[in-house]
Design a protein around this ligand. Structure first.
Ligand SMILES: NC(=O)c1ccc[n+]([C@@H]2O[C@H](COP(=O)([O-])OP(=O)(O)OC[C@H]3O[C@@H](n4cnc5c(N)ncnc54)[C@H](OP(=O)(O)O)[C@@H]3O)[C@@H](O)[C@H]2O)c1
Length: 346
């Protein structure tokens, strides 16, 4: 493990240099890695592990997702099984079901968690809120590698020779090998670097992030600005370009490559003056909302809301209504047209 200085704070991290793929293959050479669930993370992690030379099988219920696994080259009866059979065959059970499905499938998974096996998650949710999910594993290794990105990008970046950073944690070490198993899996799935966390910290930061700056807050901020521009007579084209298109097409790539500090130092003096003057008011307006959000996540309210709503029989229909409203909002209908007008799409 390397100690690195992040903006003045020392952290312990694992890099690929320290824990190369060869070492990961050696650590897991006698393991059968069972990827349970082939939604978004399942294909990303499973295919990266398979391409890296690990012994991987998939457990997936029948249906469209099962067919997708077949299309990806998993062979029924050889490397593709029912959830139950994969749990039985696997020595490492990678639980990549949706968080609600973990609750319903837990009795099946639990039955096959015999001595020496490891239970792996990519989220702290099931364990951190075990009082609500009922996921209480017996005396096996309970480990986590949580990629900080979608499974789709994990795969894309892997194929490009890049990587998604992941956090890792050991919740229970029954075999004495839990940490090396975790790190080997983290490297095997194609992580960039791995940083240490706990199931509790991962669950709380992840739910905060997706409700905040990654998804919830960003939509709220973009829509607020779009609406104000529209209410003041600006056209959809102008409002969308000033609010979204310039952000994603021009600024985000630079912001990603060089940081917001660089952006501030490399824009027009008018933009720079305004951004420096207005970052404070935006911060002050938003911080109380983030504090409210964090408190709601930490006390378990957000987890409970997610469990309650995702387990409703009509959840998918109700969700579709909400997504339809978003999709059919003027801002995103404008976005769809603007995207078709990008020269590369014309
Ligand atoms: N997506 C991300 O960006 C991301 C990033 C980091 C970590 N994670 C974590 O990775 C884990 C997997 O996430 P994901 O996004 O890959 O999940 P997902 O796409 O929602 O995957 C759902 C999987 O669960 C199965 N499933 C759903 N309901 C089921 C049920 N009642 N019985 C049996 N199987 C059922 C689905 O099969 P069907 O298709 O047949 O329904 C599919 O295989 C979660 O813990 C998540 O928090 C996700």
């Amino acid at each position: 493990m390397a100690k690195l200085n992040f903006g003045g704070v020392e952290e312990t991290v694992i890099t690929r240099e320290e824990f190369p793929l060869g070492k990961a293959l050696e650590v897991l050479k006698d393991e059968t890695i069972a990827v349970i669930g082939y939604g978004v993370q399942g294909p990303g992690q499973g295919l990266d592990l398979r391409d890296n030379g690990f012994n991987v099988i998939v457990g997936q219920r029948p249906g469209k997702t099962y067919d997708k696994a077949v299309a990806d080259g998993w062979k029924p009866g050889e490397t593709l099984f029912s959830i139950e059979e994969a749990c039985e065959r696997g020595t490492i059970i990678m639980c990549l079901l949706s968080d609600a499905a973990v609750i319903s499938q837990w009795p099946t998974i639990k039955k096959h968690l015999t001595a020496g096996k490891a239970l792996y998650f990519s989220h702290g949710f099931a364990i951190n809120w075990s009082d609500r999910t009922g996921v209480v594993p017996a005396d096996v290794d309970v480990i986590m590698v949580a990629p900080k990105g979608s499974g789709t990008m994990l795969r894309v970046l892997f194929k490009e020779g890049k990587g998604t950073n992941s956090s890792f944690a050991v919740y229970q070490d029954a075999t004495g090998r839990a940490l090396e198993r975790t790190l080997a899996l983290g490297i095997g799935i194609g992580s960039g670097y791995l940083f240490e966390t706990t199931f509790q910290r991962e669950a709380v930061s992840d739910l905060t992030g997706e409700r905040g700056s990654l998804m919830g807050a960003i939509q709220g901020l973009l829509l607020a600005q779009y609406e104000v521009l529209r209410e003041n007579g600006h056209t959809p084209s102008e409002a969308f370009n000033e609010t979204v298109e310039e952000l994603t097409q021009s600024l985000m790539p630079l912001f990603a490559a060089k940081g917001m500090d660089w952006m501030y130092a490399n824009c027009s003096t008018t933009a720079q003056r305004g951004a420096l003057d207005w970052m404070g008011p935006f911060h002050d307006a938003v911080k109380p909302v983030v504090e409210q959000l964090y408190a709601s996540v930490k006390c378990g309210n957000e987890a409970q809301r997610s469990i309650d709503s995702n387990t409703q029989p009509d959840y998918r229909e109700k969700l579709e209504e909400e997504l339809k409203a978003l999709r059919e909002s003027e801002m995103w209908r404008t976005g769809a047209v603007v995207r078709t007008l990008r020269p590369e799409n014309a």
